[in-house]
Design a protein around this ligand. Structure first.
Ligand code: S3P
Length: 413
């Protein structure tokens, strides 16, 4: 599996602001985590990369330098939303830009809490990149209840909190991925049905020397491809199994998928394991909206799985999908409809009338330059009787540069 994208971003950013040297192995070669590295270099951090090993000389949280050029986050929401928490709290005068897709995604969700904390940050139309950041007068303590279950927002506020003399407290009622809290060893405690997480200048930032686990979100494409294709037997090695990420694993198991987990161990603070996947007869499912943040990036390929389940499946509470690299609810509705699947698009989800005998029509699928749309359409096409075309298929390089090679190998064997 390709190295985990979310962990790669964090490993590099957290290494940069620690006071130690970090050696990160299995760092992702995908475009998004590489955007993070180039932004860190622009901020004066020494980053060297040889194959998949990245060495970062931490400059400490106050050692970042003003960049000469705007920080280009490319297509990467995680780079922009997490790094803006660091640079705006550190008071680094800079501009953050992104590609067309990133410039159309709302940044209001981070601008508002950062301003409440005392950061000086402005967006185009108060909402979008480019973001303009300048010096501030100090970070004020804040208790912030997350209005949406977003790990990017949670991380942004906690990272800014690292610059406050008094603790910043983030209240999380619905769990989203917890890599930031784990990798930075942040204090947290139970709070009502959720938890409260704290960060402050007192937190000592640890070196980030470990190997990045395989990306569960990439593995999810094979969990589905292996399940829906007859006579499949795949072994996915060293996959990240952080419980805040593996919703799709459990959802597919509940649908009847045949998975066997072995070699469970840890890479640094993160659990990893091997997963064996065999073909299965899938049952339909009604997804509990509370599970959505736990499988947000896997929902597109779960929709593909649902097309082959024996009956009606339903997804609700997934409005956030409309705010990803593209509007993933609409894009998936178009892809599934073009393939002849029976679906109903809702404002916050989808109803899918599955059929184990479904044979997708060959079609020309639009990826909208969104890596997960391209890969979901490819998995769907593995069950098609003819050749399909996926437009702008090279966008898989955003998270999974070897995807087409792996798919080719699997379909030839
Ligand atoms: C990510 C969090 C998720 C996810 C994205 C990566 C992260 O976004 O969709 O691909 O690394 O924190 P949200 O937290 O905004 O839901």
């Amino acid at each position: 599996m390709p190295p985990d994208k979310s962990i790669s971003h964090r490993a590099a950013m957290f290494a940069a602001i620690s006071n130690e040297k970090s050696i990160i192995d299995n760092y992702s070669a995908a475009a998004d985590p590489q955007s993070t590295l180039s932004c860190l270099r622009q901020l004066g951090v020494s980053v060297s990369q040889e194959n998949d090993r990245v060495e970062i000389e931490g400059v400490g949280r106050d050692g970042l330098q003003k960049p000469d050029q705007p920080l280009d986050c490319g297509n990467s929401g995680t780079t922009m939303r997490l790094l803006s928490g660091i640079v705006s709290a550190a008071g680094i005068e800079c501009e953050m830009t992104g590609d067309e897709s990133l410039s159309a995604r709302t940044m209001k969700r981070i601008i508002e809490p950062l301003r409440q904390m005392g950061c000086v940050i402005e967006g185009r139309d108060q909402e979008f990149a480019p973001l303009k950041i300048s010096w501030n007068n100090g970070i004020k303590p804040m208790r912030y209840t997350l209005p949406i279950a977003s790990a990017q927002l949670k991380s942004c506020v906690l990272l800014a909190g690292l610059y406050g003399n008094q603790p910043t407290e983030v209240v999380e009622t619905v769990q989203s991925r917890d890599h930031t809290e784990r990798l930075l060893d942040l204090k947290s405690e139970a709070y009502g049905t959720g938890k409260i997480i704290q960060s402050s200048r007192e937190d000592v930032l640890p070196a980030q020397s470990y190997a990045v686990p395989g990306d569960f979100s990439a593995a999810a494409f094979w969990l589905v491809a292996g399940s829906i294709n007859p006579k499949s037997d795949l072994n996915l090695k060293h996959v990240g199994m952080n419980p805040s990420r593996t919703g799709a694993f459990h959802i597919l198991e509940e649908m009847g998928a045949e998975f066997t987990v072995s070699n469970s161990t840890f890479e640094g603070k993160e659990p990893v394991a091997d997963i064996r996947v065999k073909s299965a007869n899938l049952k339909p499912i009604n997804l509990d909206p509370k599970l959505i943040p736990n499988c947000i990036d896997e929902l597109p390929v779960l929709m593909v799985a649902m097309c082959f389940a024996d009956g009606k499946s339903e997804i609700s509470g997934a409005e956030e999908l409309r705010h990803k690299e593209t509007d993933r609810l609409s894009a998936m509705a178009d892809i599934l409809t073009a393939a002849g699947a029976e679906i109903e698009l809702k404002s916050d989800g989808m109803v899918i009338f599955g059929d184990p005998g479904f044979i997708p029509h060959p079609a020309r699928f639009k990826s909208h330059h969104d890596h997960r749309m391209a890969m979901a359409a490819a998995v769907l096409s593995t069950r098609s009787a003819g050749n399909s075309e996926i437009v702008d298929a090279e966008c898989t390089a955003i998270s999974y540069p070897d995807f087409w090679t792996h798919l080719h190998q699997l379909t030839q064997s």
